[in-house]
Design a protein around this ligand. Structure first.
Ligand code: CMX
Length: 132
């Protein structure tokens, strides 16, 4: 039911500061930059084959990305897996010692439906399930 890695989220202090690394050195295509007020982030999607890198810049002091950057500095923040049935995937996860951060899918960047699973229950990797 998981079809692929949809994107890898990377916490950054500044999208502008990092953009030329992905675009000019790695030669990847910058698809779009958008604000996601519900998550207090600005995101930049960069195409890498049939998956994406998602740069995440905090837009407020209480942003979860801001907290992550203060503790760890810039770097990999989460891995997002694509599915065409997020309700089923999340329902199957319930009762399996996984800490779902939201059991009801909510709207995230790019209009996708998203659910997060706490990294302490997924071997240290913050996990996102998403559906177009
Ligand atoms: N990866 C791995 N570990 C992480 C982590 C991450 N991204 N973020 C926090 N942690 C660890 C902390 O280091 C800490 O570990 P220790 O206890 O060993 O020090 C522990 O998790 C803290 O857990 P917490 O107190 O429950 O939670 P935090 O306030 O640090 O928030 C989290 C962590 C995952 C609950 C929060 O980031 C969250 O709700 N994330 C989901 C939403 C999100 O990430 N939105 C931004 C992206 C949006 C998008 O992609 O569009």
């Amino acid at each position: 039911m998981i079809s692929k890695i949809d994107h890898i989220g990377i916490a950054v202090n500044s999208i502008d500061e990092q953009l030329s690394y992905y675009r000019d050195i790695l030669g990847l295509e910058v698809e779009k930059i958008e604000s996601v007020p519900s998550q207090s982030v600005k995101v930049c999607f960069i195409k890498a084959g049939d998956t994406h890198i998602e740069l995440l810049e905090p837009t407020s002091d209480d942003s979860t990305i801001k907290k992550f950057l203060e503790k760890n500095g810039p770097g990999v923040h989460h891995i997002a897996y694509a599915t065409d049935d997020i309700v089923k995937v999340v329902s199957d996860m319930k009762g399996k010692d996984l800490k779902l951060l939201n059991e009801t899918p909510k709207q995230g960047a790019g209009g996708k439906l998203i659910c997060f699973v706490h990294p302490k229950s997924t071997f240290g990797v913050l996990t996102e399930i998403c559906q177009d």
